[in-house]
Design a protein around this ligand. Structure first.
Ligand SMILES: [Zn+2]
Length: 521
């Protein structure tokens, strides 16, 4: 007897449809799995055997052959437990086989017969729908995730017994709750973002607040440097508060990445707000760029459409920091390992924070910096000139004087900044509709003239500033992109000389050989 169940093998963000074929015939009792299964898939036969018995079914005492097709696709993870178990029950006549092959089944089995959540469910549903499958059985904890596309009959299940019931009655999961596809709740800020505080929690630091507003509006890469206690980390963590919600398209991609990486919280649906990722400097290259045995996306991809924050940036090590250049340039990372490759989106806003010198005292009142010039240079070089050159905005921070700490918060002006950011992002989305980028910081060099045109008097002013500050051609483009964002924050079509002057202020610090000490105001 043969039974076929559909399932899914996650590969990169997409994955492939897998058909689980179970054949049972007389012979020495045993179970074989073919179709290059990895270790977790091979272990699945033990879990399946015990789970079937503990669910009140009979495990057939015959020869069982399980084929995962197509054979050339690498299958990983434990999501094949449930389709294999259902296939065995179907092939041994304990369940009706009708509709099995037209149903996609995902889930890991517990020994007691319960179902555990799996990774990549959103990708699986997307792949299934494209292949014409409309019925899905997914672990209950993955149900909201599976339903974010708003299509298909999707049923959340807790146990093998419950999954089997969907096939024993003739109607394959047509219960009313399957079709109640609630739209996701609005764009309200999540609790996690609220807890980090708002722009109003920054006392003093007018220059910093303005820089955060511009960086949020144009998604410009940002460097915050200053002595310990100057508020670098806190300010970086406030950025998500300034962001408006993701578009639906962006939200789907972000959710897909988090799902494939297995970091979506249980029961989560669509991620609607730009993610904020802040890996520790002890994280591995695989953890940050992506990779490992399962070619999982790394932090650069988990930060797609959001922020990648590297606190104490020089501690991350030069090779890792240099590895960020590729995703910064392309917006993608390609990971290859043992014959398979995966490509993940990685268009993030990089925020670096570090002390101005190894001891941290440079620029600090009542403290003495004992670092030699050469040590300071070496410290900055650990971040690397090439990476620093790609950071549009650099903000020097000094600790806030005590009397400023006691000033009242300005909630109203913070809310206004948030509204300006939302409006500026709307302007950019409209302007760049149909283009492969949607924010000013991503305008490619070839399109700068088109989107950041300057009147002749502004052009000559910029040329003069470039000479005075000895800025590179990349910095030249940075200034224009920042000026574009400043103009967008005022909803102005033309970049004026005032916008340019402010943009230059935000770019001038922090190039490798161009220290705060030398340009200190
Ligand atoms: Zn020092």
């Amino acid at each position: 007897m043969l039974a076929v169940v559909s399932s899914h093998a996650p590969i990169g963000l997409e994955g492939e449809l897998v058909s689980v074929e179970v054949d049972i015939r007389r012979g020495l009792p045993g179970i074989d799995i073919v179709g290059i299964p990895d270790v977790a898939v091979r272990e699945s036969k033990e879990r399946v055997r015990v789970a079937i018995r503990n669910s009140g079914f009979e495990f057939p005492a015959d020869r069982i052959l399980i084929s995962l097709a197509p054979a050339a696709v690498r299958k990983e993870g434990s999501s094949f437990d449930l389709p294999i178990a259902l296939g065995i029950l179907g092939a041994s006549g304990q369940l009706g086989k009708d509709g099995m092959s037209r149903t996609m089944v995902l889930g890991e089995l517990k020994l007691g017969g319960g179902v555990r959540p799996v990774n990549g469910v959103l990708s699986a549903v997307g792949t299934g729908l494209e292949a014409g499958i409309s019925t899905f059985l997914v672990p209950r904890e993955n149900l909201r995730e599976a339903r974010v596309l708003g299509k298909g009959h999707i049923k959340g299940i807790d146990s093998l017994k419950e999954a089997a019931a969907a096939f024993s009655t003739n109607a394959t999961c047509k219960e009313s709750d399957d079709l109640s596809l609630q739209p996701e709740a609005g764009d309200d800020l999540s609790e996690a973002v609220r807890l980090q505080g708002t722009l109003a929690d920054i006392r003093g630091h007018e220059n910093l607040k303005r820089a955060l507003e511009i960086a949020a509006a144009g998604r410009h890469h940002l460097l915050l440097f200053g002595p310990p206690g100057s508020g670098k980390t806190m300010s970086a963590r406030l950025l998500p508060w300034l962001f408006p919600a993701l578009t639906r398209e962006e939200a789907l991609t972000v959710t897909r990445i988090h799902s494939v990486a297995g970091v979506l919280p249980p029961g989560a649906g669509l991620i609607t707000h730009p993610p904020f990722r802040s890996p520790h400097h002890s994280a591995s290259v695989e953890g940050i760029i992506g990779g490992g045995r399962l070619l999982r996306p790394g932090e650069v991809s988990l930060a797609h459409h959001g922020v990648l924050f590297l606190d104490e940036a020089p501690e991350f090590g030069m090779s890792l920091l240099q590895g960020l250049r590729e995703p910064i340039e392309d917006g993608w990372v390609c990971i290859a390992r043992a014959g398979s490759t995966a490509r993940y989106p990685a268009s993030f806003q990089l925020v670096l924070a570090f002390n101005p010198c190894p001891c941290g005292n440079m620029g600090r009142d009542n403290h003495v910096c004992r670092c030699a010039d050469v040590e300071i240079q070496r410290y900055w070089r650990r971040v690397g000139g090439a990476l620093l050159d790609r950071i549009d905005m650099r903000v020097p921070l000094a600790p806030v004087p005590a009397q400023q700490m006691c000033m009242p918060t300005q909630a109203a002006s913070a809310s206004l900044a948030r509204e300006r950011v939302a409006a500026a992002i709307r302007i950019q989305r409209e302007r760049y509709a149909g283009l492969p980028f949607s924010v000013n910081s991503r305008i490619p060099p070839g399109l700068i003239d088109r989107f950041c045109p300057l009147r002749p008097e502004c052009a000559s002013e910029l040329a003069r500033a470039a000479e005075i500050h000895a800025i590179s051609s990349r910095a030249f483009h940075s200034v224009l992109r920042i000026a574009r964002t400043i103009a967008d924050l005022e909803a102005q079509r033309d970049i004026t000389s005032r916008h340019l002057t402010e943009a230059i202020q935000h770019r001038r610090y922090g190039d490798c050989d161009y220290f705060w000490t030398r340009v200190r105001p």
